[in-house]
Design a binder for this molecule. Structure first.
Ligand code: SKM
Length: 178
């Protein structure tokens, strides 16, 4: 039923780092029998650099421009499930591509859950600050009103990813019942 409700559109996950976009997106793609792509991974592939290297070498502005191009290209291919980098939906141009390119879904999570998941990783250039938890909270405050523009919102909880995938599919299926 979720696949019917999608009606051939792409399904695009947005939200902050640590919300589970990639893990849940991959699982939802399997369950919908659609291909999956993660835009951060795709950017790393086309640039042959890591996200951290891209930020360090070219800066955030260039990264956002590349992200916008990659998003536009990916969303114009065959139907798929896409998980996006945490800042993708915040960039006006990329947000336009996402809104035009399929059904957007915000995985919303609270600060403690996000922090537990990102604190151990060293792959997030935006969190290389004196007080990364405060930085994460600032990002939440800036970004949550914008993520809220996604067509659907699903609350990300500290539960098994299978449960989250189920919640996502139920939310999509519910669209056709509205
Ligand atoms: O796209 C990467 C990059 O580290 C920037 C980012 C962000 O702005 O929240 C999140 C990551 O997915």
């Amino acid at each position: 039923r979720a696949r019917e409700a999608l009606g051939g559109r792409n399904l695009i996950f947005v939200g902050l780092m640590g919300a589970g976009k990639s893990a849940i997106g991959r699982l939802v793609a399997q369950q919908l029998s659609l291909p999956f792509v993660d835009t951060d991974a795709e950017i790393e592939k086309v640039s042959r650099m890591t996200i951290s290297e891209l930020f360090a070498t070219y800066g955030e502005t260039e990264f956002r421009a590349l992200e916008a191009r990659v998003m536009e290209r990916l969303l114009h291919q065959s139907q798929r499930v896409v998980s996006t980098g945490g800042g993708a939906f915040i960039n006006e141009q990329t947000r336009g591509h996402i809104k035009d390119g399929g059904l957007s879904i915000w995985l919303r999570a609270d600060l403690d859950l996000l922090w537990e998941r990102v604190r151990k990783r060293d792959t997030r250039p935006l969190l290389k600050t004196e007080n990364p938890k405060q930085t994460l909270e600032n990002l939440m405050n800036q970004r949550y009103p914008i993520y809220a523009e996604a067509e659907l919102t699903v609350e990300s909880a500290d539960v098994r990813k299978e449960t989250m995938a189920h919640n996502v599919l139920a939310a999509i299926a519910g669209l056709s019942a509205r």
